[in-house]
Write a protein that binds this ligand. Structure first.
Ligand SMILES: Nc1ncnc2c1ncn2[C@@H]1O[C@H](COP(=O)(O)OP(=O)(O)OP(=O)(O)O)[C@@H](O)[C@H]1O
Ligand SMILES: [Mg+2]
Length: 270
């Protein structure tokens, strides 16, 4: 049953993403306390790999994603993409948030065209990209709707289409399905795997759900409670599509839950 992770062939080449000895400290809002969100985090990833970041609330998952996105700078250490130091946001790194950060004043189509428009693509290119990615997420018929007219799952499909329309080589998703009901969530997981197989990328997907991580990931990076450190880096050697109820999936879930269980007692430490 051992199938190589999608990224293994690139493992010896320059990593797509290289996080080296990254520490991130914040000053608390009333400036009386220093919060160490991440402590000496190092992680390397090739392209075409699906990584899930797992860890208790407050362990620094969003902070790590924001550092890779270029929305934050590390206090110590560095983040590189294709060997280049990350110094800010870039269309090559697409981001999807939990709370459907769509532009409420733009239609579905214009939300998806937003990135290509900012990048200076022609009207025809913008339209073609929106056509392609709205079809890919099954929302062509909803192109003229506004975000408030959509269900949670549909909004997240638009957010994914909007991120993909920039042709990012890295897709960063921060608990994108966290607010969805269980059925929609599973459908979205299936769809995301289809999309990222059609257009392979490095995916870094933050979740609280161990089962979601085992279902999706080539690799699961487990973080410790604050200050966030990498506690385990687990390769999930199961072929896709995976059966959420299979003995193999259940066994991975059990092992990872055991690893995280001691951290859960410390969850209120935010
Ligand atoms: N801008 C900020 N200023 C001060 N502290 C911050 C800031 N951003 C994050 N933190 C703190 O850093 C720690 C890590 O936060 P982060 O949001 O990365 O955790 P998380 O793992 O994503 O949590 P959750 O699972 O709840 O989303 C927390 O203690 C948080 O309060
Ligand atoms: Mg978070």
């Amino acid at each position: 049953m051992t199938v190589p992770a999608r990224g293994n062939s690139a493992a010896t080449a320059q990593p797509k993403l290289s996080i080296t000895h990254v520490t991130k400290r914040f000053i608390s809002p009333n400036a009386d306390q220093e919060i160490v969100a991440l402590q000496d985090v190092s992680l390397q990833a090739p392209s075409r790999t699906f990584i899930c970041l797992l860890g208790v609330s407050g362990c620094g998952k969003t902070t790590l994603l924001n550092l890779v996105a270029g929305f934050l700078d590390p206090t110590e250490g560095e983040v590189r993409v294709d060997g280049q130091l990350v110094t800010g946001a870039h269309a090559d790194r697409g981001v999807v948030f939990q709370d459907y950060a769509l532009f409420p004043w733009l239609t579905v189509r214009l939300n998806v065209q937003f990135g290509p428009r900012v990048q200076g693509r022609s009207q025809a290119e913008q339209r073609a990209l929106a056509d392609k990615y709205l079809a890919m997420v099954g929302l062509s018929e909803f192109e003229n709707r506004y975000p408030h007219e959509l269900s949670g799952g549909m909004k997240q499909r638009v957010a994914i289409a909007r991120a993909l329309a920039n042709h990012p080589s890295i897709l960063l998703l921060d608990e994108p399905f966290g607010a969805l009901d269980a059925m929609t969530r599973e459908t979205m997981q299936d769809e995301l795997l289809v999309l990222t197989t059609k257009e392979p990328k490095l995916v870094v997907f933050v979740t609280h759900s161990v089962l979601e991580a085992v279902f999706l990931a080539d690799r699961i990076v487990v973080m410790s409670a604050r200050p966030g450190r990498i506690m385990a880096d687990i390769t999930i050697s199961l072929p896709h599509p995976r059966d959420r109820t299979s003995a193999e999936v259940t066994e991975y879930v059990r092992e990872i839950r055991q690893l995280i269980a001691p951290q859960l007692k410390e969850e209120p430490r935010r």
